[in-house]
Design a protein around this ligand. Structure first.
Ligand code: AMP
Ligand code: ZN
Length: 124
């Protein structure tokens, strides 16, 4: 189930967070996107932005989901400042999406890591 696109995967950790079956510190929610704090932050600001729809990774993104990806990326600047990242260019943030085993992906539901805040960071 988890390696195809569908609206909800009952075995997926992030689908369970969207469904409020597992608690998270929610940053943002609309009809198609959801953001919450990473449980093991690397930086003073570290949240995850995900589509509510279960897309396993960037590897499944194509023409059909390109618009959603654009809206997801366009939300990053607003949420980053809202969550305490310092303004560009002296501040800024890092946007990261691990894809597949060799890409270091552990949770198979597409997510953007957004990291920022005053350095040094724990990692990254
Ligand atoms: P990745 O290695 O890119 O798949 O990243 C998965 C991220 O999900 C890691 O940074 C974890 O700390 C984070 N994570 C795992 N479980 C939870 C959870 N229950 N709530 C929030 N973040 C989580
Ligand atoms: Zn999922």
């Amino acid at each position: 189930m988890s390696d195809t696109i569908h609206s909800h995967d009952p075995d997926c950790l992030f689908c369970k967070i969207v469904a409020r079956q597992i608690p998270a510190r929610v940053v943002y929610e609309d009809e198609e996107l959801f953001a919450f704090h990473d449980i093991h932050p690397w930086a003073p600001v570290h949240f995850l932005l995900i589509p509510k729809m279960h897309i396993p990774s960037l590897a499944q993104v194509d023409h059909e989901t390109a618009g959603l990806m654009g809206r997801m990326m366009a939300l990053v600047p607003k949420l980053a400042l809202q969550e305490g990242c310092n303004p560009y260019p002296q501040g800024g943030y890092r946007l990261l999406t691990n894809t597949g085993v060799e890409g270091g992906q552990e949770v198979r539901h597409l997510h953007f890591h957004v990291m920022g805040g005053t350095r040094p960071w724990l990692r990254g």
